[in-house]
Design a protein around this ligand. Structure first.
Ligand code: SAM
Length: 284
């Protein structure tokens, strides 16, 4: 049988169930088998591994993951897809579809259970655009040990996750993410391969947990400091950090101690410089 991601099979499945995509759920289905194959390959899942998928839709990526993985656990918010997925993925008995909003899923507990049985736990998805960042932060903040996260998202958002200092896309999200993960761009994906076609292009990004994360006194406070430094992008680090501390003189003193010129802007600061500033902040 043809792969689900082909135009013909997608059409057949949608017509069989009289299924119309729902914009409110960010439903843009992939109709190009080469793309889902490449996401599954980049995910590097083997029969010894489990993979979590967010938003299987009609199963285009799920199918590719099920062919390669020991187990696929997919979370889908749209309950209309229950009978559709039972039909489209009937031949794969290593899949489990749970109908639940992923933002309410206890990620650490799911991952913990899968780790008891499988060598690696990966996460792969073609994410719904409207909640890409909340979903990723739900995963990051769970502190679950996921070996490799391979996700498609709007290209502009992907650019921010992967951005380097002194570029227009570099912001607090880039710093916080790159503190936790090695971030790389797997591929760019044109808007033309989706049904319906979105107004934006996409990119597939991979996050691999960094082996030696420099521990900080409190991750939460470190992230607060980073966010505060970017508060008003056009303003100097002295202005933003001074506002955060509620004391410009103290901010100036701490910046000098960290070796950071107070007239600089946060967008020019490397991850190492944010870490140095945070250490001075905690040692105050
Ligand atoms: N994986 C399919 C594909 O690539 O063709 C569908 C991707 S589509 C961009 C996003 C999917 O996420 C939709 O099936 C949508 O119903 C689902 N979704 C949206 N919000 C969700 C949420 N909060 N939790 C779980 N799934 C969600």
């Amino acid at each position: 049988m043809k792969e689900i991601a082909t135009v013909a099979r997608t059409k057949e499945i949608m017509e069989t169930f009289d299924l119309h995509t729902k914009k409110m759920f960010g439903q843009n289905f992939i109709t190009e088998p080469g793309i889902v194959r490449k996401i599954a390959e980049a995910s590097q899942v083997t029969k010894e591994d489990a993979v979590i998928e967010i938003g299987p839709g009609i199963g285009a990526l799920t199918e590719q993951l099920a062919m390669r993985a020991g187990k696929v656990v997919a979370f889908e918010v749209d309950e209309r897809l229950e009978e559709v997925l039972a039909y489209s993925l009937a031949q794969y008995d290593n899949k489990e579809v749970i109908f639940q909003d992923f933002l309410t899923v206890d990620v650490a507990s799911i991952v913990g259970k899968l780790r008891e049985q499988y060598r690696n736990v990966m996460l792969s998805a073609n994410l719904p655009y409207y909640i890409t960042t909340p979903i990723l932060f739900h995963i990051f903040e769970s502190n679950a040990k996921i070996d490799r996260i391979t996700v498609m998202m709007q290209k502009e958002v992907a650019d921010r996750f992967a951005a380097k200092p002194s570029t227009k896309d570099y912001n607090a999200l880039s710093v916080i993410t790159q503190y936790l993960y090695e971030v790389s761009v797997v591929m760019k994906v044109p808007r033309t391969v989706f049904e319906p076609k979105p107004n934006v292009d996409s990119a597939v990004i991979q996050f691999v947990q960094r082996e030696h994360i420099e521990e900080v006194a409190s991750r939460e406070r470190f992230f607060q400091v980073v966010k505060a430094c970017f508060d008003q992008r056009r303003k100097t680090i002295l202005n933003n950090y001074g506002k955060f501390l509620g004391n410009k003189e103290e901010a100036s003193r701490q910046l000098q101690e960290a070796g950071i010129e107070p007239s600089r802007r946060a967008e020019s600061m490397s991850l190492a410089e944010f870490l140095t500033l945070y250490r001075v902040y905690e040692g105050k």
